[in-house]
Design a protein around this ligand. Structure first.
Ligand SMILES: Cc1cc2nc3c(=O)[nH]c(=O)nc-3n(C[C@H](O)[C@H](O)[C@H](O)COP(=O)(O)O)c2cc1C
Length: 366
């Protein structure tokens, strides 16, 4: 009943707290004989790592991953893969102040209400330090997915949206904001610098696109691919909304506009558009799988906010410690990792039930 695991055949259990000695995960169910070393995992962790730009927390964590089990001579063995990441830059004294106070927007109150005890240092288990373990697990999932390409980008920062006509995947790797619209970056950086100066914070919207997903992943009725993606993305800290494909905007379209028309091209089903986000009836169509999630503004801000303490007094809380002005930026690699884990799990489940499944959207003939 403790719910620190997700997935069925590709099952991830994470462990650890923000200010404990280390954190990590156990990945169970990875098929055997897949080449895997630390160098397959580290680059993904480096993209999430704090302290890399002035727009993310200055906590300096190398996030160096160690494979403790499940790999022999560079190949997975089919046994549980334990991944370990040391915490090296904890400053627990920054958090002494909140041992008794509940920070607005954080899990302090609810952990106390539920468990009657909490590791308040850096938010303990509720801290997004835990998402490093998810990114490590996502790297293993990507190895199972082979040619499936999972990429994420920040499409909205605070109130500022990208111009989708300028979308350039190359640009995402070339700026610290994971922004796919190069013309937006300068204005976004100025906006963030101002937000930080004012002791405030802002939210963001992240889009994840998975190209090369074979048709057939996902299972009706209670294991729909879109439902599992939504659950996985909603499970990331600070996420307050998830959309698949057209998402909430579909409500304003007509049936004609929202229809993804189908044609035959070289014996394969070809879609004219992808309003569905690559999923119909909970099952992947073979089109790109598109998911979007909204991240709330960072709760820890310098500006004082009203709250209460464990003794029931009204108090004010303002943040010391080190925090991201927009946690949505570092949520990009985390979103990619969660999508990778869900897709890898569904790929294994699909193959288990349907070993001869086609890899393209070919219409089965009797
Ligand atoms: C990558 C990442 C980093 C985060 N860093 C911070 C942070 O520095 N300060 C903060 O207030 N919240 C941060 N958060 C969000 C909190 O962990 C989260 O809001 C809090 O645990 C309460 O959970 P909830 O917002 O999901 O309800 C971060 C979230 C993510 C995804």
């Amino acid at each position: 009943m403790s719910h620190n695991s997700f997935g069925h055949l590709f099952r991830v259990t994470t462990w650890g707290e923000s200010h404990g000695p280390a954190l990590g995960c156990v990945v169970d169910g990875c098929p055997p004989r897949i080449p895997l070393t630390e160098t397959d995992i580290q680059p993904w962790l480096d993209r999430r790592r704090p302290g890399q730009s002035k727009f993310t927390t200055q906590r300096q964590e190398p996030d160096a991953v160690r494979i403790l089990s499940g790999v022999f001579e560079g190949l997975t063995t089919g046994t549980p893969i334990a991944l370990h990441i040391d915490n090296v830059d904890q400053r627990s004294k920054d958090y002494g102040d909140i041992a008794e106070k509940f920070r607005p927007g954080h899990a302090d109150l609810t952990y106390d209400l539920k468990y009657g005890i909490r590791d308040y240092r850096g938010g303990g288990r509720s801290s997004a330090r835990e998402t490093a373990a998810r990114v490590a697990a996502g790297a293993v999932a990507r190895k199972i997915l082979g040619d499936v390409k999972i990429r994420g980008a920040l499409v909205q920062l605070g109130p500022h949206r990208i111009d989708r006509d300028r979308w350039d995947w190359k640009a995402v790797a070339e700026n610290p904001l994971f922004c796919p619209d190069p013309s937006a970056v300068e204005a976004w950086e100025a906006y963030l610098a101002d937000i930080r100066k004012r002791g405030s914070s802002c939210g963001a919207v992240i889009e994840i696109v998975a190209d090369g997903v074979p048709p057939g992943l996902g299972a009706p009725i209670y294991a729909k691919l879109d439902a599992d993606l939504a659950g996985a993305l909603m499970g990331i800290n600070a996420v307050k909304g998830v959309e698949i494909g057209e998402g909430f905007a579909a409500a304003a379209l007509t049936g004609e506009d929202n229809a993804d028309e189908m044609h035959m091209r070289d014996g394969v089903v070809a879609f004219g558009t992808n309003h569905a986000g690559g999923i119909l009836g909970g099952i992947s169509t073979g089109q790109p799988v598109v998911a979007r999630f909204a991240v709330k503004p960072t709760s820890s801000i310098l500006t004082p906010r009203a709250s209460v303490d464990r003794q029931g007094h009204e108090v004010e809380v303002s943040t010391k410690g080190r925090h991201d002005p927009c946690v949505g930026i570092r949520a990009v690699p985390v979103g990619e990792a969660m999508v990778a884990c869900v897709l890898a799990d569904h790929l294994l489940r699909h193959r288990a039930q349907n070993p001869d499944a086609p890899t393209q959207a070919r219409i089965p003939r009797n």
